[in-house]
Design a protein around this ligand. Sequence first.
Ligand SMILES: Nc1ncnc2c1ncn2[C@@H]1O[C@H](COP(=O)(O)OP(=O)(O)OP(=O)(O)O)[C@@H](O)[C@H]1O
Ligand SMILES: [Mg+2]
Length: 210
Amino acid sequence: MAGKIITVAQQKGGAGKTTIVANLAVALARLGKSVSLLDTDPQGSLGRWYMTRREAGDPGFEFSTSSAWGVSYECDKLRNASDYVLIDTPPKIDSDLKPAIRESDLVIVPVSASPVDVWATEGVLDMAERESAKVMVVLNRAKMGTKVTQDVDKALRDLGVKRSKTTIGHRVAFPETMGIGKAAMERGKGPWTDEIDALTREVMGLLKKR
Ligand SMILES: Nc1ncnc2c1ncn2[C@@H]1O[C@H](COP(=O)(O)OP(=O)(O)OP(=O)(O)O)[C@@H](O)[C@H]1O
Ligand SMILES: [Mg+2]
């Protein structure tokens, strides 16, 4: 099996990296895909989420941690064992991120609905371009219909970067479920279900085209 490697990266803290990794993992597992998580963030938020999840039963996927320089070795192992390997990263862009970007079939860059987040995005976009990595920016925590969300939307268009068709709204279901080791879709149906399902389909579609 040659699994696909997906890194979620964004220099700006709190953009939704860990939330997107966790929610994508659950969505992919629910589609019958085998998933491995790799946490390279010393903050360890994804690990806390996973351990909380494990206390309630079988999490549905594997989890491991890695230093930034150990990513390539871990990826060699994990891509043979899973359909998808999802890598969570710390909120900084420096040479430590390169191994994960190099291994990746896709780099997902969440951008929270604020222009400051768009500015922070350029670092990861530059690095991905230098490493010839495929990138998809995902607008997260959007307050639909507000001026600030429209401004961010325009700023992203001006950047001319590949955007997901799916926008993730600002939904309390995400923080509420992260704290109990779950994904928002496991809480029941809501707009978040459609958003994460649509994002998952987009990700799978993009990776098939290679
Ligand atoms: N779509 C959303 N709607 C509402 N809250 C969200 C959404 N996405 C993320 N959050 C919340 O925003 C906060 C930051 O999210 P998260 O921890 O996923 O970001 P991060 O990019 O991983 O942060 P860090 O850079 O610190 O690792 C969390 O409290 C999370 O629950
Ligand atoms: Mg995080």
